[in-house]
Design a protein. Sequence first.
Length: 115
Amino acid sequence: VQLQASGGGLVQAGGSLKLSCTASGRHFSINTMGWYRQAPGKQRELVATMSSGGYTNYADSVMGRFTISRDNAKNTVYLQMNSLKPEDTAVYYCLIATMNGMDYWGKGTLVTVSS
């Protein structure tokens, strides 16, 4: 399974960005899709996840500002990020968990929020 993420970039505080991540490959069935991030000098942390049944989980720090969604027909997960803050600056990684228990990570896309 290969993951291709896009949508990162530089934005001013208060602005918006939308990340996307598409999974490709053969013979896989996706369970959970999600986003994590890692800021310089910090550990990777959960941002948001969505199960195959549509259940969502958000970090407290992004609740109400970020929205995760998925298009199962396209094997794609999105992260709409609004009201961005400088502390949202990080490399964002997508995660795909398959039905047979395998986890796959994307290479990461950099989001920089200037004050």
